[in-house]
Ligand binder design. Structure first.
Ligand SMILES: Cc1ncc(COP(=O)(O)O)c(C=O)c1O
Length: 379
């Protein structure tokens, strides 16, 4: 299990921050990378094409390492919804077929398909939240539902953002494969924290951002595109996505064929030299710690919380991810609970009527004790 990494962050002892699933604090090293980027942009005569190329390579490689991808299969994008919009453009969802999404999943892996369905002539089927919290069984049942329309695509988060339910991706992957469907994974609450291997899983699309679990800035995310879809037309038409569009040579638009690999899907203004290095440093820290050691620590903290909550009447999903503990309240969450916790320095998130607790590597036993003490005083 990973030892506590609080010293790498700037978190006062009287702050109990249990909200990484919303947005994580930045490690000191990531803050320093940001300061370096700002200093460079403040005096931009130091910026070179080599520096920028190095930034793209480093960020792509760091992202690829977290999901066991080839860097060439990863594009630099700003958000999950951007990545899903790319998927909407390049994945062939057949008319008359269905797209499967999760009930109350985050909007980003869902809205693109709802928006496109009328024009595409397909339907979007929502897998209802199962009473026992077993998302995997519910998805498998929906994939195999007798009499249902052909399945084109499963577009899901692998860890449910609101209830912390963990989807068994290998089982879903096998079933969707048998059904001849494509797979899009929103790995927002997965990449870096839990094992993820796109070489073994072979999803069509997988996307994750940096501002939550992988300790980076906003506006930086990564899009894995399976090689079989890399011939698609990108969302944005950028010079960097073409073979030879150089601002330093004529003719300017010299070769408009697309570049090879997922690079063609890189966002416009990808030269975000402040955020890119921050993102790379955060992801490298996560990879160096290793997801097994991280997940062991976060699972240990959450298990202590579950033990401490015994008898309090809260409901804990069985099939939960180790790092996200989302409490249900049979009579509804008490009004003002999250605000009252925050007033005592304990930071968690309200999500769809539940109380979501999401520790990270900077949390320790003192944070668990602080949460339990304040929670018991309030509930
Ligand atoms: C599962 C999931 N997907 C996506 C996002 C963010 O989406 P976007 O990057 O499109 O803003 C969140 C943010 O809470 C999330 O929890």
């Amino acid at each position: 299990m990973l030892p506590c990494q609080r010293a790498e962050f700037d978190i006062p002892r009287d702050v109990t921050y249990l909200n990484a699933a919303s947005w994580s604090p930045l490690p000191r090293a990531v803050q320093e990378a940001g300061a370096r980027g700002i200093a460079l942009k403040a005096r931009p005569w130091g910026i070179t094409a080599e520096h920028m190329a190095g930034q793209f390579t480093r960020a792509r490689a760091a992202a690829a390492r977290l999901i066991n991808a080839e860097p060439a299969d990863v594009a630099l994008i700003p958000s999950i919804s951007y990545g899903v919009a790319v998927a909407g453009r390049i994945l062939p969802v057949a008319a008359g077929s269905r797209v499967l999404v999760l009930g109350d999943d985050h909007s980003s892996p869902v809205l693109e398909w709802l928006q496109r369905a009328p024009e595409g002539g397909y339907s979007v089927e929502t897998v209802a939240r199962p009473a026992d919290g077993d998302w995997t069984a519910a998805i498998l049942a929906a994939i195999g539902r007798p009499g249902a329309a052909a399945l084109s695509l499963v577009s899901i988060s692998s860890v449910h953002w609101a209830d912390g339910g963990l989807v068994d991706l290998a089982a879903v992957d096998a079933a969707r494969r048998q059904a001849g469907a494509m797979l899009l994974v929103d790995a927002t609450h997965h990449a870096g924290v839990l094992p993820l291997d796109v070489a073994a899983l072979d999803p069509d699309i997988l996307i994750f951002p940096t501002y939550k679990w992988v300790l980076g800035p906003y506006g930086r995310a990564f899009l894995y595109v399976a090689p079989r879809w890399q011939g698609g037309v990108p969302l944005e038409q950028t010079g960097a996505g073409r073979r030879r569009v150089s601002s330093e040579a004529t003719p300017y638009l010299a070769d408009l064929d697309f570049t090879d690999g997922a690079k063609r899907f890189d966002m416009g203004e990808r030269d975000h030299l402040i955020g890119l290095e921050m993102a790379a440093v955060g992801m490298e820290m996560m990879a160096d710690w290793g997801c097994e050691a991280i997940a062991a620590r976060l699972g240990w903290l959450n298990d202590m919380l579950v033990d401490g909550l015994a008898g309090s009447g809260v409901e804990v999903p069985d099939k939960r991810a180790p790092h996200v503990l989302s409490l249900g309240f049979p009579g509804g969450m008490p009004a003002g609970l999250v605000e009252a916790l925050a007033a005592e320095g304990v930071h968690v998130a309200p999500r769809l009527g539940r109380l979501r607790i999401s520790p990270h590597v900077y949390n320790d036993e003192a944070d668990v004790a602080a949460f339990l003490r304040v929670f018991r005083g309030l509930v």
